[in-house]
Design a protein around this ligand. Structure first.
Ligand code: AMP
Ligand code: MG
Length: 341
């Protein structure tokens, strides 16, 4: 039997993302285990081509996800400053229908947000069925910046017993449980950590200072955060070890080369969508009968001299149902003749 192109690309993509996945239950030492400069032996030119393919693949899957309207994807992006979150979103999502995607960025929590439990503001931004939601920073800030700067925890107005030394382990567990609940109910959680080296961050900060159009991106606070580099690496390692689960594993994407990071992110997202494998809803016999009746009616309204069905005339559409068409032509052989092209 002829293999569907989908199955072939799905297998290729699965192989490509596997080394990026954090094995559930493993203990991660970021510096030891993941190289920010890794590029799988790929050249930039190949990479650009591959990204283009990936982007159109995502567009196709996103359209199917929306049409199916029963499952959703939540993509969580985490990185240190200058890790490339914004550029990754811009490039990876460049081909998809903006109506099917929602990006939410999370900053320092507002007074209203601090008046609720720490997951509240993230829950409010979850995608609806059929959508792709992107979290630019996510609930993982609650075990990253909040852990590195415990004064953030003080601002969260927690009762004394909820602030004990076990607070981080508890949050890991709560986050895992929350994601499992989402996953069990049709919301697939996809988590990407853009892994930047300290030297590449230094270079990107300098670029933000040197190029006037990039000045707005730089903040003095970024330099202060950089001083806490080692604390962040420890917090990331802890997070990756504790929250890479079978239902929502982490992917560590090498981020020193932007073009490679974007390919990886597109591949991870495509892999998730291919696992869902959303389908256009099939029309049942009754609905099909209604369609045919509607067509007869519209054909009857053709003004004098006009074709009864100009679309079918132009495209010589095969008017038989899809299953019947496939039986006679055989898979992969159905050809559309378009006299206009
Ligand atoms: P940026 O994404 O560069 O605009 O910065 C957003 C800032 O908000 C970063 O410095 C984050 O660390 C900070 N931030 C995000 N989430 C939280 C949180 N839950 N608690 C405290 N700070 C946060
Ligand atoms: Mg920033």
């Amino acid at each position: 039997m002829q293999e569907k192109p989908d199955a072939r690309s799905a297998a290729r993509i699965a192989k490509f993302v596997k080394p990026l996945r954090v094995k559930p239950g493993s203990t991660v030492d970021l510096a030891e285990d993941f190289d920010p400069r890794f590029k799988a032996g790929m050249r930039k030119r190949e990479g650009v081509e591959l990204l283009r393919t990936g982007v159109s693949l995502l567009a196709e899957y996103q359209a199917r996800l929306a049409a199916q309207d029963s499952e959703a994807v939540l993509l969580c992006l985490q990185a240190l400053d200058a890790g490339g979150k914004d550029g990754t979103i811009r490039h990876v999502m460049s081909g998809v229908n903006p109506q099917g995607v929602h990006v939410s960025s999370f900053k320092v929590p507002s007074a209203e947000e601090l008046d609720h439990d720490y997951l509240w503001r993230y829950a409010r931004r979850l995608p609806a069925r059929g959508e792709i939601g992107i979290f630019n920073r996510s609930h993982y800030e609650e075990v990253l910046v909040v852990r590195v700067h415990p004064e953030n925890l003080d601002r969260q107005k927690l009762p004394e017993e909820a602030k004990g030394p076990d607070v981080w382990d508890r949050r890991y567990r709560e986050i895992n449980d929350w994601e499992r609940h989402l996953c069990d109910n049709g919301f697939k959680v996809v988590k990407i950590f853009l892994n930047l080296s300290k030297e590449e961050q230094r270079i990107r900060f300098l670029k933000r200072i040197d190029v006037p159009e990039k000045n707005w991106k730089f903040s003095a606070a970024d330099i202060r955060e950089r001083e806490r580099w080692d604390d962040y690496q420890r917090a990331f390692s802890g997070m990756l070890s504790a929250t890479s689960t079978p239902w929502a594993p982490w992917y560590v994407v090498p981020a020193d080369r932007k073009w490679f990071a974007r390919i990886c992110a597109a591949a991870v997202l495509a892999h998730a969508l291919m696992t869902i494998d959303p389908q256009y809803p099939a029309v049942d016999a009754r609905a099909r009968k209604d369609l045919l009746a509607a067509r007869r009616r519209l054909e009857g309204e053709a003004p004098g001299g006009a074709a009864r069905d100009p679309y079918a005339a132009r495209h010589r559409t095969d008017r038989r149902p899809r299953a019947e068409r496939a039986r006679r032509t055989g898979p992969g052989r159905a050809r559309r003749t378009d006299p206009g092209s």
